[in-house]
Design a protein around this ligand. Structure first.
Ligand SMILES: Cc1cc2nc3c(=O)[nH]c(=O)nc-3n(C[C@H](O)[C@H](O)[C@H](O)COP(=O)(O)OP(=O)(O)OC[C@H]3O[C@@H](n4cnc5c(N)ncnc54)[C@H](O)[C@@H]3O)c2cc1C
Length: 365
């Protein structure tokens, strides 16, 4: 049979598009190179705990239609992300707020905190020349030294003095006692994890796992009238304009024989010496009361071709390479490109859904 659409990649983008196509009576074949569907929002259930296998995923949005849309596939719980920063055993609330400032300086009122930050920011005059100067000019030296420097250096694998200022455009500072990391009005984790959402979205599709589209492109293309490609753009064109670079991550996940390991879902390690950046205790996303727990240590890694591409490096060089691929993509007949890999863009889940819905609207009217 010839399908209407061949969807390459079963992540949130591909699944949303496939759902929109099948609910309009179109036929879809979804091919996925991994052994499971869901892309990076995939969860692995162990001991009744949903482990976010490719990094912690917290759904948050300010787009009401996207919130309503996701709630059509899952019931969202009342999880609020309130991560804790661990600097050499000193704990601080994130995002930077009155609780953080009280712990850091003993200040109690917003005015005292504002004065302290203003005094410290004044150290930088003129245009910041690198990320260190940019961060100090935004939040002052104390917060920079304890909560920004080490974490950022681990993430990027370079000293802050050698990183460009534009990486940190703003560092949200809140002068209220509010530990809610996100300021979006809608937030939560789907009860039972993310897999149920993807399974519902793909209910009416045929799915073939362990299938790399780029390894068998011509034969797969013949199986559908049109292709929706959500894989890396450079891989589609066999890297002919050079590689698009990423930052990667390595996850180490362990079962711990204790009901509560760290008391919070996300703990950031902000010193330079601890090699990991975050420790995730998955059960807290769903208020689990199991007698054991599953914990993931997240290590930033240099990306090499073949490694999992996590965060695009949208610097000038990579954007130029991406523009060259986009030019080729525009000329490609019968192929629609979308999602975080094909668009070489960091997309939160809500933006991914919005973008897939926009593509579906364009395609189906
Ligand atoms: C570490 C991390 C943490 C994140 N945390 C959050 C968060 O807390 N909140 C939030 O809103 N967003 C978060 N995100 C973003 C979220 O993961 C994305 O919005 C979402 O996964 C994008 O979906 P996608 O379908 O575009 O890409 P993906 O999920 O990457 O799916 C693409 C799929 O295509 C497959 N594929 C690729 N190439 C081929 C090929 N050649 N043949 C067949 N299949 C192929 C891949 O295997 C993959 O399954 C996070 C991202 C990362 C990296």
């Amino acid at each position: 049979m010839i399908y209407d659409y061949l969807v390459v990649g079963s992540g949130l983008f591909g699944a949303t598009f496939a759902y929109e196509a099948t609910r309009r009576g179109k036929t879809c074949l979804v091919v996925e190179q991994r052994g499971h569907v869901g892309g990076n929002i995939y969860c692995e259930c162990r001991d009744g705990i949903n482990i976010h296998r490719y990094g912690a995923h917290i759904f948050h949005t300010s787009m009401r239609p996207v919130w309503d849309y996701i709630c059509g596939f899952a019931e969202m719980n009342h999880f609020i992300n309130s991560p804790v920063a661990n600097y050499k055993g000193e704990l601080y609330n994130l995002p930077f707020n009155m609780n953080t400032f009280n712990k850091m300086w003993g200040v109690v009122t917003p005015r005292e905190a504002q004065e302290m930050i203003e005094r410290q920011r004044a150290e930088i005059s003129g245009e910041p020349r690198n990320l260190e100067e940019q961060a100090i000019s935004l939040v002052g030296r104390d917060i920079y030294e304890k909560l920004v420097k080490g974490y950022t250096e681990k993430q990027w694998g370079r000293p802050c003095t050698e990183l460009p200022a534009f990486i940190i455009r703003r560092l949200p500072v809140r002068f209220t006692y509010d530990n809610n990391y996100f300021s979006d009005p809608y937030q939560g984790i789907p009860k039972g994890g993310y897999n149920g959402i993807i399974e519902k979205m793909l209910e009416k599709c045929d799915v073939e796992l362990n299938t790399d589209f780029n390894a068998d492109r011509e034969a797969l293309r013949r199986r559908a009238k049109k292709v929706v490609y959500t894989g890396p753009l450079d891989a589609y064109f066999d890297g002919c304009c050079g590689p698009l670079q990423y930052r990667s991550l390595r996850f180490e996940t362990r079962r711990m024989d204790t009901p509560n390991y760290q008391g919070v879902a996300v703990m950031n390690y902000t010193d330079r010496e601890t090699p990991y950046t975050r420790v995730i205790e998955h059960k807290h996303f769903e208020f689990g009361d199991q007698p054991v727990t599953w914990v993931t240590w997240e290590y930033p890694e240099e990306w090499k071709p073949g490694a999992e591409p996590y965060y695009p490096i949208n610097d000038e060089k990579n954007q130029r390479t991406f523009a060259a691929y986009q030019e080729l993509a525009r000329k490609e007949k019968g192929v629609l490109f979308g999602g975080r890999l094909a668009e070489y863009k960091y997309y939160d889940m809500d933006k991914t859904i919005a973008s897939a819905l926009a593509l579906a609207r364009k395609e189906f009217g």
